[in-house]
Design a protein around this ligand. Structure first.
Ligand code: SAM
Length: 219
């Protein structure tokens, strides 16, 4: 039986079915899923991981930027679909988490491929200058809106901006679901979604998958 968040954004039986159909991950990814569960570390949900994996395999990116690395799970997952000599830069502000990620990345033999920057993404992202084929936002939700211009600047034409947790347990979609102390995050996520939808440079879809994901392509 799958364990659910009580605020799941789709009917639990749908999620249960989707998760049942996803082949179990092997090796270090399976170990990290277990470790994350035991230590309450928020990694991408299985169905979101599968979406990420599919998008990376479609794109075969040379460069990926990730905001919010945690223990390196999604970065290692995405590395499977990189182009030859491709690389991932991932930003994590928590020093212990960044250290754990580096340890896992080394264990996976990916130290030359995945580079962890241990700093606040709000400071780092505006300083970046490389072009990226995929940017995955999975860090500070209240700050997605403020990172959007930089993400557009950093994406290649045809590049993807993938952002997790945008429906935020359904709160983004409906005032009645909003928990008072989350109101600022929710308001900013709404602005972020609207801005992505309205920007001429982007074509965006909102997917009710996991905790809600937007996928935007840079035109
Ligand atoms: C949901 S977790 C990332 C999970 C990871 N993408 C995965 O699926 O394996 C979000 C991470 O973002 C980090 N984070 C939050 N705010 C941040 C910031 N301003 N700069 C960098 N990292 C941040 C948190 O410490 C946390 O580890």
């Amino acid at each position: 039986m799958v364990e659910y968040d009580k605020d799941a954004i789709v009917y639990p039986y749908i999620t249960e079915y989707i998760r049942r159909e996803i082949p179990p991950r092997k090796g270090i990814l399976a170990e990290l899923e277990e470790y994350a569960k035991e230590n309450s570390i928020p990694i991408v949900q299985p169905e979101t991981a599968q979406l990420l994996s599919v998008l990376v395999w479609i794109k075969r990116p040379v460069r990926i930027l990730e905001v919010g690395c945690a223990i390196g799970y999604s970065a290692i997952l995405m590395s499977e679909g990189l182009a030859q000599d491709g690389s991932i830069t991932t930003i994590e502000w928590d020093a212990d988490m960044a250290q754990e990620a580096r340890k896992n990345i080394e264990k996976a033999g990916l130290s030359d491929t995945i580079h962890v920057i241990n700093n606040d993404a709000k400071e780092v992202v505006p300083t970046l200058t490389s072009e990226y084929d995929i940017i995955f936002l999975d860090g500070p939700k209240a700050h997605y809106i403020y990172m959007m211009n930089d993400c557009i600047r950093l994406l290649r034409k045809g590049g993807l901006l993938i952002s997790d947790n945008v429906l935020y347990k359904g709160m983004t979609a409906d005032d009645d679901h909003v928990i008072r102390r989350k109101i600022t995050i929710v308001k900013r996520l709404r602005r972020f979604i609207q801005a992505q939808m309205q920007r001429d440079e982007l074509k965006t879809v909102i997917l009710p998958l996991g905790d809600g994901v937007t996928v935007a392509v840079k035109k």
